[in-house]
Design a protein around this ligand. Sequence first.
Ligand SMILES: [Zn+2]
Length: 322
Amino acid sequence: MIAAVVRHIGSFRIEQVPDPVPAAGEVRVKVAVAGLCRTDLKLIEVGHRDLVLPRIPAEEVTGTVDALGPGTHHDWLGKRVYVYPGVSCGACPPCLARAGNLCAQMRIMGFHRDGGFAAYVTTPAASLIELAPDLDFESAVFAEPLSCCLNALELARLSCGERLGVWGAGPAGTLMARAGTARGAISFVMESDPRRCLLAGGQQALPEGITLDVAVPAVGAPEAYHDALHKLAPRGRLVLFSGLAPAAACQSVDFNALHYQERTLVGAYGCSYRHGVAALALIRSGQVKVADLISHRLPLSQLEQGLELVRQRAGMKILVYP
Ligand SMILES: [Zn+2]
């Protein structure tokens, strides 16, 4: 099959590789759509904590089950699916606490295992979520980034009627704002690009003097974290959702700004299987609209052009078709 393969940090190549064979308990999925995410650009250009080389990237995948490994239930054959990208042990304390994303054995598709910039991926049947007949592959692929937003908002204990502020109206920030609105919050978006601001659902920027119950920088910029911290209301929560470059990750924080106002810092990374189920339900019901976020549809052979669009922030969501 044709696949995009990263052999060394800094580059990738479109190559012919052997078709993957599903192991026991696994299925092979014929990829319909793979979402291109800023993380893919990051892992190709500078690497990632969880990346093991050589690797086929892409953790946002929908498609059709076309082969089964030994012992996999035959009902899966031919099913249209979303692939939850994580595989966790299911038995450790984080797994038992329904936080499989924190499992020490976690293996993420596109990082530890091969992902969707290829004609086929293999995955444990336990990672599959079947798509409802009225849910298309393109909309369903947004379940991965939306799942990460739902995990973050859950950890931030966002509740109905609260004010949510999101820094950055790229695809992730926009989904975060929309997810917050779907959860009954009032969402504000901090974004200097007016086109992106409009796409983010027409939410206004935060008016002067208004504070936030939950603030989420969805850009990897330390200034956004500082700005967000100082916009928090008493008992407000600042969500550390975007990873920072290692050199920028150690920032000085005014801890008294937390102490006197009883504010909280909340870490959030990735998502669990159940967030995929919730995300697909929000997309299917229309509570979180996604179709208008698609700016480009590219064949796998044009992945480099897609990465350049991400680099230049020239698109919104870019979908890749193997
Ligand atoms: Zn575990």
